[in-house]
Design a protein around this ligand. Structure first.
Ligand SMILES: Nc1nc2c(ncn2[C@@H]2O[C@H](COP(=O)(O)OP(=O)(O)OP(=O)(O)O)[C@@H](O)[C@H]2O)c(=O)[nH]1
Ligand SMILES: [Mg+2]
Length: 200
């Protein structure tokens, strides 16, 4: 079935803040550890199997990748974090770019934090949460790869993660998600529709 997100097109890969598209309309950022399933979630959402991967050439992993549905609305794939082998200088570069973007982007409507449902809350995930709190940005947590969990584990993980997020003092929501099975896509769309003012 066709939907608003099917229109998404790769717009730009940004390595420095000065390359950002003009601040117009609304943006949503997708953040998460490397391998958590960010690209897969964007592809599932947009119904485009290789949209997020098309921009993923080696050396570009430290960039912010923009996927635009229309003049007013874009999804932003933030660089994945958590590679133990990445040199300190690259980690610092990652931190500065993300910090600058998340702290200063006026049109940012919310952050989707993607965490592998089998091991949520890594150290860098906490950093993303801190940015959301600092900027009073709504946070939507996707517990990815839920297809790899049994139904009891799913329910337990969801409850635990929700419990940990309630004390933050910002607008948070948490859901199970799978890019390979029909779990959570409608729920994700509904959240993004609200943040991006789709249909208004
Ligand atoms: N079973 C299952 N595998 C998934 C799911 N989502 C992603 N994967 C797999 O997990 C691996 C990483 O997924 P990506 O979407 O590339 O992860 P990413 O967060 O974009 O990683 P970086 O681009 O390195 O930051 C791939 O092999 C995907 O096929 C899911 O919901 N279920
Ligand atoms: Mg990716």
């Amino acid at each position: 079935m066709s939907n608003f997100y099917n229109q998404a097109k790769f717009e730009i890969s940004v390595a420095a803040i000065k390359q950002l598209p003009p601040e117009q309309g609304y943006e949503v950022a997708f953040a998460g550890r490397s391998n958590a399933g960010k690209s897969s979630a964007i592809n599932a959402l947009t119904g485009r199997r290789s949209l997020a991967r098309t921009s993923k050439t080696p050396g570009r992993t430290q960039h912010l990748n923009f996927f635009r549905m229309d003049e007013q609305r874009a999804l932003v794939d933030l660089p994945g974090y958590g590679y133990a082998k990445v040199p300190e200088s690259v980690k610092r570069q990652w931190y500065e770019l993300i910090d600058n973007y998340l702290s200063n982007r006026q049109i940012l409507s919310g952050i989707v934090l993607i965490m592998d449902s089998r091991h949520p809350f890594g150290r860098s995930d906490q950093q993303i949460i801190d940015w959301a709190v600092a900027g009073s940005l709504p946070l939507h947590v996707l517990l990815s790869k839920a297809d790899k969990l049994g139904s009891n584990q799913r329910a337990n993980t969801l409850r635990e993660v929700r419990k940990q997020l309630t004390s933050l003092g910002i607008d948070t929501s948490t859901q199970l998600f799978s890019a390979t099975q029909p779990i959570g896509l409608e729920e994700l769309r509904a959240t993004l529709d609200g943040w991006l003012h789709v249909g208004e």
